[in-house]
Ligand binder design. Sequence first.
Ligand code: UGA
Length: 315
Amino acid sequence: MKILVTGAAGFIGSNLCERLLEDANVEVVGIDAFVGPTPKKFTFQNLDNLLKHQRFTFLRENLLEVEWEKTLEGIEYVYHLAGMPGVRSSWGEDFQNYVAFNILATQRLLEACRHVSLKKFIYASTSSVYGEKRGKVSEELVPEPLSPYGITKLTGEYLCRVYHKSFRVPIVILRYFTVYGPRQRSDMAFHRFIHAMQQGMPVTIYGDGAQTRDFTYIDDCVAATAAVMNAEGVVGETINIGGKQRASVLDVIALLEQILRQRAKLTFIDQAIGEPKHTWADISKAENLLKYQPAFNLEAGLKNEIDYIEELYQS
Ligand code: UGA
């Protein structure tokens, strides 16, 4: 079985490829252009295990330039994880990259997929499409993104929907909620917090730190994502993938202080523009359709990320 993963060198993409290859019948073609905010050195390292794998082929290509007809030959499943990530950096001039990588690239890939008989096309979306909501969010709520990033990801979702409706591309949309763990991008909160604390440097908190996130551990995220392949009744659906433990930013700092046995020096700055105060996933659909059950609490997940970051900056 041949699977294409776009964004294969990324945080979620590289972990997903490793997981998919655990099945001896699977061959993975991974594509990545190394365009995200993480230093390339770190992103290259994400591929270390994969490049040794006989059933993994890597293409360093920009999705806007790929010869899709050739690349999609024999592919049965597409995981489209590539994109320009990050909520806070999507304002200003960088927006054109968000449009290019999240909208144009998605449209080109979908257009090519019209002509291929795929089993599933899985699109990685985000909790950022919801905007500010009260309580748990279920998939039927009207999305109201607060950031340019959220708008581009939502547009990607709508593109998936129209290609599904008009050309039967068998799409499945997953909305991930703030994923963390080993290989987390270096612009994301936990990566920054842990690295700063390990260096004895101040930790920057946006706003008062009372904002909460439905933090999702990478192995849970990957388990849900891999489960889509064999799940029934998922084509055309949008599914939230949230974590086991929702927490505030200050809760996380307190937990890090406990695990690392040191006090964090905190610097509070203005709240970031375009972020919701709270995110909270209703995961009943994922439980039903994907038999998803998040297993990792924050303490276990943070310990693994701490080990990863310690090693990353030593190498
Ligand atoms: C993350 C990802 O960056 C997005 O790509 C993804 O789509 C999104 O999750 C999502 O789930 O929708 P975010 O929730 O901002 O976005 O994730 P973090 O960077 O881990 O930030 C978590 C919280 O920590 C935010 O409330 C942010 O304000 C705060 N934060 C972040 C700080 O207080 N200080 C920092 O240095 C960084």
